[in-house]
Design a protein around this ligand. Structure first.
Ligand SMILES: [Fe+2]
Ligand SMILES: [Fe+2]
Length: 271
């Protein structure tokens, strides 16, 4: 089959791409279906306690969380199919064909989950901005960097957090699957970016650092975004969120450094 052919091609001089191919194989092994989620066995989202008003408020809060993730995955469909279409490398093309499927499966799961709890809520404007930055970036290096190196790594912590707050629900199960999938998306992006940067010009590398400086404040705004439905979340939680976000952003910068980029000019928001 095609994979075996590609594996042979790899041994015949495309060794640098072996890492990307390994993520293709991992993605195929980890593949799941929306029907595998515990629909009907577990409640879709936490049911909440207390007065009907309090429960309605919690439900609105969850609807808003779900809407934000649906929006993120619909945008990820756009970004991953752009990567599939512009990459010149057969190994990366093969890998991106699985990522497109993952992002569209994630979208399907969010659509079904939202249908169980009512309707969508307010759209997160910062997420649209992040996606536009990536879709309109000039180079493949920059697109992989913004989406897979940064965004997909930073979002994993959010999935873990949502899972911890929604024990015993379909939402928890979904978030655990998404944390694994985005771990693969991020790992594949790191492997591919490493290959791309081997032959990238100084100018391209400089542009990546500039792009990180444009992305980080928007990511921070996205992570701290409080639509009407979540406005009641108190200050105590807010300061914990800031702390967590700071750690995530520092991790992002360490990743850029591990790719050999000079990160001395990266400015962290919130510091
Ligand atoms: Fe996704
Ligand atoms: Fe992803």
């Amino acid at each position: 089959m095609a994979t075996e052919q590609l594996t042979e091609q790899t041994s015949a001089g495309r060794n640098a791409y072996a890492g990307v191919l390994r993520f293709y194989e991992l993605a195929k092994r980890q593949e799941w279906q929306v029907r595998d989620l515990p629909w009907g066995d577990l409640p879709p989202i936490p049911e909440g306690k207390g007065s009907p008003e309090r429960r309605a408020r919690r439900k609105d809060m969850w609807r808003s969380v779900l809407t934000q993730q649906l929006q993120a995955d619909m945008l990820a469909c756009d970004m991953s199919s752009q990567l599939l279409n512009i990459t010149p490398d057969p190994e990366a093309r093969l890998y991106y064909s699985t990522m497109v499927q993952d992002e569209s499966r994630h979208t399907e799961a969010w659509l079904k989950l939202i249908a169980e709890v009512g309707d969508t809520a307010e759209r997160d404007p910062h997420l649209d901005q992040l996606a536009h930055m990536t879709l309109e970036a000039d180079t493949l290096e920059e697109k992989v960097f913004l989406m897979q190196v940064f965004y997909e790594r930073l979002i994993i912590a959010r999935f873990r957090l949502i899972a911890r707050s929604s024990r015993g629900t379909v939402l928890e199960d979904l978030c655990n699957r998404l944390a694994t999938d985005d771990g693969i998306h991020h790992g594949a992006g790191m492997a591919y970016e490493r290959v791309l940067l081997e032959s990238a010009s100084k100018k391209t590398k400089r542009q990546l650092v500039d792009a990180a400086n444009r992305l980080l404040p928007i990511f921070a705004a996205h992570a701290m975004w409080r639509p009407r439905e979540r406005a009641f979340i108190g200050n105590a939680m807010r300061s914990r969120d800031v702390q967590r976000l700071r750690e995530d952003l520092e991790q992002g910068v360490r990743l850029a450094e591990s790719l050999g980029l000079d990160v001395s000019d990266v400015e962290l928001p919130l510091t």
